[in-house]
Structures are given as structure tokens and as C-alpha cells.
Design a binder for this molecule. Structure first.
Ligand code: F6P
Length: 491
């Protein structure tokens, strides 16, 4: 907030993101508000609460969509309004083509090395273009100034930066790509690669989580688009317009709000075990995320299987709880994953279970932040085994939840987070025995070692929190705006 005020006086902030931070759902006369399971929302919501402005998103709840006037603006957060949420009501066809189709059957598997074949259909591309136009129009409608700061979020909106630039040439457009950017050869699979690159290069600043993804982007631009790349200054110039391409590792708010309302760790441990029908002294590992094939859920279950096979003495003394929030279930790759996971859990539980003892509990439902933090606090270890992940904020939330400085993080080497959190037990999720060994190490780790490791990670998350992530982008934006002002005076 102070940064916006000092470095960017009078600047107006608009966000373009597919996901809305608050989903308003009507059942009969009652409206309830849900917060979605989304790394993007966890990261950006605190920033918007601090600086105010307008968040433009696809309206996914039914509450205001079904009113006579289709109320598309609402002040949020509901209890303590700080900014405006502007909903874009997409038709079913738009949603199928743009979100399920191009974004999640095309770009999502394209950018993650998770061995699900990307699917590209002409009609999905048209829907994607149309929806990007609709959001660019909404930015132009909502902007009160000619040079707002527009934060465009993620792979749903690769075309929007250029479209917004056409409507508001003086806007400062900061685009952040929340998922990995693959190598040039892989990106070449996309039939509309040039359009996507040109769209993104409408941005003033284009951010990725890591330098590695920036390098992949430079190589992709170099291969497919006529432009000037200056690697030293980290810029690409296309048609006279310069875009800065930088790494900005995303993070979480600090202190995390969900921590404020938590009971002591001992209470969390006892209550969670009681609620799950587990003995009070059983060791507990947790995994919490969207039910997505990039997260390596099956792989960690296989690691639990390998552990109980190699060390049967853990049977009855160790349970793995997987909380998986349903997501994109309309797509076969997702519904199929759920079926596979349920069958695998059943098989492992039959192999190693006995009486009431089941080594894996799979809970498929949405969890609010408070519940997630309680589970983190109750656990002895947390497993993040993504096969490929831009950053992974679950890893950061787990260490943030542990103000008792206990608990072990088992973390995939294929997450952006593993570059920053080297005190975690870093694993290759494709290797069940290696992961089983890491779980065993975590279960037997002395309290002092847990403390040393988690302390360093907590400090790192505290320092490099989401305000710093946003702050670094805004400072870079302030410099560009200053340069622009000087040029304007010269002209
Ligand atoms: O982390 C990648 C990401 O696409 C976020 O950008 C997004 O918020 C999250 O996954 C959840 O996906 P969806 O919005 O499709 O449920």
C-alpha cells in the first residue's frame, strides 16, 4: 500500500484473473461465500486487500448471475470490503472452449511435463480469443484513468495484454504466468504459438516464477517470433514495444491470516485425530491440494505403499491423509484421475490395512483455509510431490502454519518452491522408493533437526512473502513509468 502510494502515486490497480476470490452461491434464500482452492487467489487476495482496486474475474457462483439485473459488481471481502469484484458472466460455450478447452486441455498439459497429451481444437481457440476480448473490454470499461496498472494473471489470458494495450496504450500491464513455461520445442506443439507470444508481449512486464522459465520463454520467442531480445537487460522488443521479462517467485501473505484463529498445536493434533477416528498417538502425514494430475497424488500413495512394504513395523502407527479438492472434473483426465486414485487407495488399504486400521484416507472435498491450517498443524509431515509445478504454495503454507517449529516437509524437486526451500527433504516423485525413504526419514527425524530445518524455511517465507512479490513487480513498474514520463517531457 505504502509502495503504491510512494512509488506510484495516484495509480489505479486492476486485476484480470479467471478465478474470483469469493464465490457467491445461492441456495434458496441463503447466499454463502466460498473461497476457491487456488494458489493464485491465496497470493493475490491479500495484495488487493492492501491496495484496493478492481478484480475482474469469471463469475463462477450463481447468486448474482441469477438476479434480474445480473449484478456484476460487488464489494469484497464480504465482512470487510476493501476492493471491487467485477464478474464476467461467461456462456457455457465460452466456458467450455476457453477454460476447459484451450486453457486446461491445451495450455495446462502443454506447459506441465506431466505426460497428458495437450489437445488443441480450433473452436476452443476462438472461444479463448473471444473471452480474452471480453476481459480486455471490461478493463477499458472499469479504468478511470488512461494509465492504470493492470495485473493480468495466468495462462487463461495470454492474448489479453496486447488487447488491453490496443485499448489503453498508456497502461502499465504486468502479466504473471503462474505455471511453468516449457522449452521452445515443446511450446512449438501449440498451433497458435506466435499469437500467444505476441499477445504476451503486449505487457510492460512479464513475470515467471523462476529464471529457468524466463530462459525458456526467451528461447521460445527467439525460435518463433521476429523480435529483438536483449538478454542482459532481460527485455524483448516487438513492433517498437519493449517488455521486461523477469523472475518473481510468488509466495504467501505473512503473517498468514488463517494462523491467527488456530488453537495450540497440541489441540489441533488431538482434535484432528479424534475427528478422523484415529488413535491419539498415531503419526500423520498430509497432502492437500486440488485433485490435479500434475500434483503427483498417485505417486505419493505408491510411496506409502513402498514404505509399508519395506518397513511393515509402521503399520498401525502411521496414516497418510490426502485432502483433494475437486477441480475441472468435467475433463476426462481429471475424473479419470479420481477413479484411479480411489482404486489405488482401496488396493493399498487392503494390502496393508487390518481391522479398523487403514493406512490411507482420501478425503475429496473443498476445505476452507482454517481447516487446511489446522490439518497442517496436526501433521508430523506434509508431502508435496508435484510432477511439475510453477511454484507450489502448499509447501509455503505448511511451514507458515508451524509456529511450533515442528513438522517435516517432503518436497518434489520439480516445484519452483524446491529452489528456495532446500531445507525440505527434496525428492524425485517418480521414484517411489526414494520418496518412501524420505517419509521414513521424516517420521524418525529428531525434534531439534525439525526445528533447525523449518526455522530457516519459515524465515525465508516470512522475508520473501507475497507483498514482496507484488512489491518487486510494482517497483519495476514504477521505474518504467518514470522513464516514460521523462520521454513524454522530452517529446
Ligand atoms: O496454480 C496454477 C493455477 O492455474 C492457478 O493459477 C489457479 O488459480 C489454480 O491453478 C486453480 O485452478 P482453477 O482456477 O482452474 O481451479
Amino acid at each position: 500500500q505504502r509502495l503504491l502510494h510512494d512509488a506510484l502515486p495516484g495509480a489505479e490497480v486492476l486485476i484480470v484473473a479467471n478465478r474470483e476470490p469469493y464465490i457467491h452461491i445461492r441456495t434458496g434464500q441463503k447466499v454463502t461465500v466460498q473461497t476457491p482452492a487456488s494458489g493464485l487467489v491465496s497470493a493475490l487476495e491479500p495484495v488487493m486487500r492492501a491496495c484496493g482496486g478492481t478484480w475482474i474475474a469469471h463469475g463462477s457462483g450463481n447468486a448474482d448471475r441469477e438476479t434480474v439485473d445480473r449484478n456484476d459488481k460487488i464489494a469484497v471481502p464480504p465482512q470487510d470490503p476493501a476492493y471491487t469484484l467485477r464478474r464476467i458472466w461467461l456462456t457455457d460455450e465460452e466456458q467450455d472452449g476457453y477454460y476447459y478447452g484451450l486453457a486446461n486441455e491445451g495450455l495446462w498439459p502443454l506447459c506441465h511435463i506431466a505426460f497428458v497429451r495437450p489437445t488443441f481444437r480450433e473452436e476452443d481457440w476462438h472461444a479463448y480469443e473471444i473471452v480474452n476480448e471480453r476481459f480486455a473490454d471490461a478493463v477499458a470499461q472499469e479504468a478511470r484513468t488512461e494509465d492504470p496498472i493492470v495485473l493480468v494473471q495466468d495462462y487463461h489470458f495470454a492474448l489479453a495484454p496486447r488487447m488491453i494495450r490496443e485499448r489503453l496504450p498508456r497502461a502499465t500491464i504486468i502479466t504473471f504466468w503462474h505455471i511453468p513455461w516449457p522449452n521452445a520445442e515443446t511450446f512449438g506443439i501449440c498451433p497458435w504459438k506466435e499469437r500467444i507470444i505476441e499477445g504476451l508481449l503486449g505487457s510492460t512486464i512479464l513475470g515467471f516464477h523462476t529464471q529457468f522459465h524466463c530462459n525458456n520463454f526467451f528461447e521460445t520467442v527467439d525460435r518463433y517470433v521476429e523480435s529483438r531480445i536483449d538478454r542482459e537487460r532481460a527485455t524483448v522488443t516487438l513492433g517498437g514495444h519493449e517488455t521486461m521479462v523477469r523472475p518473481y517467485p510468488i509466495s504467501i501473505e505473512w503473517p498468514p491470516r488463517a494462523l491467527a484463529s488456530q488453537p495450540p498445536v497440541e489441540t489441533c493434533r488431538a482434535e484432528v485425530r479424534r475427528d478422523l477416528g484415529l488413535p491419539p498417538d498415531i503419526k500423520l502425514a498430509v497432502g492437500i491440494e486440488r485433485f490435479d494430475y500434475t500434483k503427483g497424488l498417485l505417486d505419493r500413495m505408491k510411496a506409502v505403499d513402498a514404505l509399508l512394504t519395506s518397513t511393515p513395523s509402521w503399520k498401525g502407527h502411521f496414516v497418510f491423509v490426502q485432502v483433494a479438492a475437486p477441480t475441472r472434473s468435467k475433463l476426462f483426465a481429471y475424473s479419470n484421475l479420481q477413479n484411479e486414485a480411489e482404486a489405488l487407495v482401496e488396493e493399498i488399504n487392503q494390502r496393508h490395512g487390518e481391522g479398523d486400521y487403514k493406512p490411507i484416507l482420501l478425503i475429496v472435498r473443498h476445505h476452507e483455509h482454517d481447516e487446511v491450517f489446522k490439518l497442517f498443524r496436526a501433521a508430523d509431515l506434509c508431502i508435496v510431490s508435484s510432477l511439475h509445478d510453477g511454484m507450489n504454495l502448499v509447501a509455503k503454507e505448511f511451514v507458515a502454519a508451524r509456529d511450533d517449529e515442528q513438522g517435516v516437509l517432503v518436497l518434489s524437486s520439480f516445484t519452483g518452491a524446491s529452489r528456495e526451500m532446500s531445507e525440505a527433504l527434496i525428492v524425485n516423485p517418480y521414484h517411489a522408493q526414494e520418496m518412501a525413504q524420505a517419509i521414513e526419514t521424516a517420521l524418525s527425524m529428531p525434534a531439534q533437526e525439525q526445528r533447525e530445518r523449518i526455522r530457516v524455511m519459515r524465515q525465508q517465507v516470512q522475508e520473501r512473502n507475497v507483498y514482496r512479490w507484488a512489491g518487486r513487480m510494482l517497483l519495476d513498474a514504477a521505474q518504467v513509468r518514470q522513464r516514460q514520463r521523462i520521454l513524454d517531457i522530452g517529446n
